[in-house]
Design a protein around this ligand. Structure first.
Ligand code: PAF
Length: 285
């Protein structure tokens, strides 16, 4: 595996090697990221992974400084996975001058995650667009755990006519249901034992919808209350339509197959997000 720090070196490693499949990451890699790399292999001749902790997507009170940087272990894991090129730009390469031009996300960028993390999707879209311009991928793989990110990036690619196929990847979970996340490493042993309840509560709401409930607001309130009693601080639990993440019709006219349930909640100092398809179907995204 080649490790490159600059766009010029990267271009030398990818030119003339066929289709480029790309996995953007912020490092601190876990099995979920490595699964994205496996999927990338199915979509390209050369697999490029990036590691760049993007300052623009962290709010002033968020964890940019304490975000885990584990470069050596990450590079070794990517090498074992058969990734061809690791693009690990320095801050200077990505932001040689202050990034005053930004991508303005759609209104969805102010909802759900965006309502609790102002500027987050502006930061994500801006760095993803820059990475796309530097890597020039034919396909890029994004995990469904960050469902809203996946939707917004896909919309950006469509509306800016970028010739990139966005490939969604299923969330990888521990045996107890907890979605793998770099932030799980912040959890104390007690919090780690509690954490799978986020998934359990979301799954419970999804199952209730499958069983015929259409009073989504009541289900959201009950889910919040249950997590609150268990010591969580819930930012949101929301039933949304899976295609554009719009609020479902209040009369329950949306087919349950198309609904998803999303949440973000804090355990101690750690903020976790997750989402489930009400009915799991491959290829829905
Ligand atoms: O999902 C992430 O890890 C980040 O938001 C991304 C897409 C690498 C942009 O910094």
């Amino acid at each position: 595996m080649d490790i490159v720090r600059t766009a010029a070196e990267l271009a030398k490693r990818t030119e003339g090697r066929g289709r480029v499949a790309f996995v953007p990451t912020m490092g601190n890699l876990h099995e979920g990221h490595l699964r994205l790399c496996e999927i990338a292999r199915e979509h390209g001749d050369v697999v490029v992974t990036s590691i760049f902790v993007n300052r623009l997507q962290f709010g002033p009170n968020e964890d940019f400084d304490r975000y885990p940087r584990t470069f050596e272990a990450d590079a070794a894991a990517l090498e074992r996975k058969g990734v061809d090129v690791l693009f690990a730009p320095l801050e200077q390469e990505m932001y040689p001058t202050p990034q005053v031009y930004r991508v303005q996300p759609p209104p969805l960028g102010d909802e759900l995650e965006g309502a609790f993390r102002p500027g987050f999707f502006d930061g994500v879209c801006t760095v993803v667009l820059k990475l796309f311009n530097l890597v020039r991928p034919d396909a890029a793989v994004f995990g469904k755990k960050d469902r809203q990110q996946l939707k917004i990036v896909r919309g950006m690619v469509q509306q800016f006519n970028l010739p990139i196929e966005i490939v969604p990847a299923e969330t990888v979970r521990s045996a107890d249901g907890l979605a793998l996340s770099s932030r799980n490493g912040y959890l104390t042993p007690e919090e780690r034992a509690e954490a799978p309840n986020l998934y359990r509560v979301l799954r419970g709401i999804a199952d209730a919808i499958v069983a015929g409930r259409t009073d989504y607001a009541n289900l959201e309130v009950a889910g919040r209350a249950e997590l609150h009693e268990r010591g969580w601080k819930v930012d949101y639990i929301a039933v949304r339509h899976g295609l554009a993440l719009r609020i479902p019709h209040p009369e329950g006219f949306d087919h349950p197959n198309l609904l998803i349930v999303l949440a973000a909640a804090r355990l101690g100092n750690t903020r976790l997000i997750d989402n489930v398809d009400v009915v799991k179907q491959e290829g829905k995204d």
